[in-house]
Design a protein around this ligand. Structure first.
Ligand code: NAD
Ligand code: UGA
Length: 435
């Protein structure tokens, strides 16, 4: 008998696939993580981690070199043949019309079919529209070479970047969508040591839970952002409003931080996808369209506040603090910073930017931005400062030094991170979001 619980392959070594691989290895499974990006796999074999995620490098090293339960490869065929469970964790980006692009999922399904040599459980980890499991199943049946049994299951991932390992190993819940006892038994055994509630559903329901959860969280953020506008126009304080609302257990305090809006590779994409899925079945999800509109307004509101302070933005110098879509990640996909910088450049503003981790990725997509080596360098000679990402290191900046460095002391605190009164006492003109 094998010393491992299961032989697993994870297809896709991105933000989710890599974390899932390392964590599943930690749960005493033999895991091979494969990707069709050969450069990525070559780096991973040398233990060079493509994304910044706290604790990930150490965990990968431990599982590759210490326990030897984790390895990397680019031969999907071989890996599929050797596995009992196959997790699909490839990207599902938006097409221009909002529809999720499932071509990577379809391609992987065909590759699995061609290599079906014994019973396998194929698990969707990628976020996919309801009824995708059904299509994966049809595809595998269509392309398999022999009448070998298999199951498809949905096991949506709820981890957040920046605390991905913690979220994977200590989840609020595990959702398992299955259509056979065998699949249910395998996945229940796989996760049994996590001590989290396991919800068993059919595949469609599990898929829908994921889109509904992300869309609901995005709605919560847009709701508080809309309320922040009312606060600004009436003199109320959004931080206290959020606190007062959040004390009601039915509402909860989480995800009520007003700011420049949500970004990242998932909320914008998944809200779009859910609107599209609803449309396909004849329902106009107006509520989510409004969530998108409010989110976009929050970016424009920053520019409006800057104009109120500086009148003309052409040739002004603005220091942008934070480029990643949230702290503790270097992921800049759909980051509010990218949109704000685009709007600034349209105004002819000179942008200086600093981020603790995301500058290398930002350099790949942003032209004409001066990337600084410290927050202070970004603010030297600046007419305004915009805080976009609430990195911890921005909390304790030396504002006396900043006051002397800036040409004009205008602060737009896009994450309500700093104390308005303290900054005003130091001579700054402070504008937060809803405060
Ligand atoms: P990603 O872009 O970081 O990673 C996807 C990986 O899949 C890439 O490395 C890519 O090279 C690889 N890939 C693409 N096609 C392939 C193929 N045919 N064969 C093998 N490898 C292939 O994406 P991600 O952020 O890890 O997201 C993956 C999925 O997980 C998405 O559906 C996303 O919505 C979902 N998800 C993401 C998060 C998150 O925090 N990023 C959280 C929960 C769910
Ligand atoms: C989000 C969900 O929280 C995860 O459960 C889900 O698995 C993931 O999407 C996914 O499907 O990919 P993530 O995007 O990594 O995780 O990060 P969040 O912490 O949710 O933040 C998303 C965005 O919302 C960030 O730009 C953040 O700054 C913003 N946000 C968050 C707010 O503006 N206000 C808040 O109160 C909370």
């Amino acid at each position: 008998m094998s010393e491992y619980n299961f032989r697993i392959s994870v297809i896709g070594a991105g933000y989710v696939g890599l974390v899932a691989s390392a964590c599943l290895a930690k749960l005493n499974n033999q895991v091979i993580c494969v990707d069709n990006n050969q450069e990525k796999i070559a780096s991973l074999k040398k233990l060079i981690i493509p994304n910044y995620e706290p604790g990930l490098e150490d965990l990968v090293k431990q599982e590759v070199e210490g326990s030897r339960r984790l390895s990397f490869g680019d031969d999907i065929s071989q890996t599929v043949r050797n596995s009992e469970i196959i997790f699909i964790a490839v990207g599902t980006p938006s097409r221009p019309n909002g529809e999720p692009d499932l071509s990577a999922v379809e391609r992987v399904s065909r590759e699995i079919a061609l290599n079906l040599n014994s019973y396998k459980l194929i698990v969707e980890k990628s976020t996919v529209p309801v009824q995708t499991g059904l299509k994966i199943k049809e595809t595998i049946k269509r392309y398999r070479k022999q009448e070998i049994d298999f199951d498809v299951a949905s096991n949506p991932e709820f981890l957040r970047e920046g605390r991905a390992i913690q979220d994977f190993l200590y989840p609020d819940r595990i959702v398992i969508g299955v259509e056979s006892e065998r699949a249910k038994d395998i996945l229940t055994r796989l996760y049994t040591s996590l001590k989290a509630p396991i919800l068993i559903t059919d595949i469609n329901t599990a898929e829908l839970i994921k889109h509904a959860s992300n869309s609901f969280l995005a709605t919560k953020i847009s709701f508080i952002n809309a309320v922040s506008v009312i606060c600004e126009r009436t003199g109320a304080d959004i931080k206290k409003v959020a606190e007062g609302m959040g004390l009601d257990k039915r509402i909860g305090r989480d995800f009520l931080e007003a700011g420049v809006g949500f970004g990242g590779s998932c909320f914008p994409k998944d809200v779009e996808a859910f609107i599209h899925i609803a449309k396909e079945v004849g329902y106009d999800f107006q509520l989510l369209k409004e969530v998108k509109r409010v989110n976009s307004y929050q970016r424009q509101a920053v520019i409006k506040k800057l104009k109120e302070g500086l009148w003309v933005l052409n040739e002004k110098v603005v220091g942008v603090l934070g480029l990643s879509f949230k702290p503790d990640t270097d992921d800049i996909r759909e980051s509010p910073a990218l949109e704000i910088i685009r709007l600034l450049k349209e105004e002819g503003t000179l942008v200086k930017a600093y981020d603790p981790k995301a500058i290398p990725k930002a350099k790949e997509v942003l032209d004409g931005v001066f990337f600084s080596s410290s927050p202070y360098q970004a603010l030297e000679g600046a007419d305004g400062l915009i805080l976009v990402t609430a990195w911890k290191e921005f909390k304790e900046l030396d504002f006396l030094r900043i006051k002397n460095l800036m040409r004009y002391p205008l602060v737009i605190d896009g994450r309500n991170m700093w104390d308005k009164e303290v900054l005003e006492r130091l001579g700054f003109i402070y504008k937060g979001i809803g405060v």
